[in-house]
Ligand binder design. Structure first.
Ligand SMILES: O=C(O)c1cccc(C(=O)CC[C@H]2O[C@@H](n3cnc4c(=O)[nH]cnc43)[C@H](O)[C@@H]2O)c1
Length: 207
């Protein structure tokens, strides 16, 4: 059984690198798991996965921090994204938005194919532009009713679904999606809790 852990930035996995004494590289290969640092965003993620996904993985775990639309989800807590949507792929038709699915160019939503019992299941969207404006937040909530947003999740699900590799996405909530105020973000807490979860998961999954 071989696992691939995918993160956008090394900063999101700092304690994991320390715990397992891993070399300071973007693609780390170990006996029981590999780690891939892709860079932020869908394009960097898809490119990196295109280079490395063909290594016989039994499971891909996308991890990272994330914004939450749902203020009932505490900052620093972990969620399991069971479906994720490319929220900006489509066309504007004056005030209306037409998804690529509605345009006839294929799916805009992709699902996890591996279940975890112990985390809340939520619906995510993936964006190029972090929402930070009340009008655009209201519009995207009305369009997709998401609970979280990241900049990579749907790209990982797309690559894994297309390659028939089981995948799951675990995110730690660093901020609420609201008019931008970086002072409210809890990136340190979110990364700490995320790293503890990843270390635990790697130890339990690979032994
Ligand atoms: O300074 C900023 O405006 C900023 C915006 C988004 C992310 C960052 C980061 O430092 C981390 C990159 C990472 O974070 C994920 N993320 C976290 N919160 C959100 C969000 O509200 N909306 C979308 N993505 C978010 C994202 O997946 C990035 O890979 C700094």
């Amino acid at each position: 059984m071989k696992l691939l852990v995918v993160a956008a930035t090394k900063a999101e996995l700092g304690k994991v690198f320390e715990h397992f004494n891993l070399p300071d590289e973007n693609f780390v290969q170990q006996a029981k798991f590999d780690i891939l640092i892709t860079g932020v965003g869908m394009t960097a993620t898809a490119f990196a996965l295109g280079q490395h996904l063909n290594n016989g993985y039994n499971l891909v775990v996308n991890i990272g921090i994330s914004g939450s639309f749902d203020k009932n989800i505490p900052l620093g807590s972990l969620v399991n994204i069971y479906m994720d949507t490319f929220a900006e792929l489509g066309a504007e038709n004056h005030d209306e938005f037409i998804t690529i699915y509605e345009l006839g160019f294929g799916n805009n939503t992709f699902k996890a194919s591996y279940q975890l019992a112990d985390l809340p299941m939520v619906k995510g969207i993936t964006v190029n532009k972090v929402h930070g404006n009340s009008d655009s937040i209201a519009k995207i909530e009305q369009r997709f009713n998401p609970q979280t947003e990241s900049m990579e999740g749907a790209a990982v699900f797309y690559a894994c679904n297309t390659s028939n590799i089981p995948c799951l996405q675990v995110r730690s909530i660093s901020n609420y999606v609201e008019p931008r105020n970086k002072e409210n973000w809890q990136i340190g807490l979110a990364i700490k809790n995320l790293n503890n979860w990843v270390i635990d998961f790697l130890i339990n999954y690979t032994t």
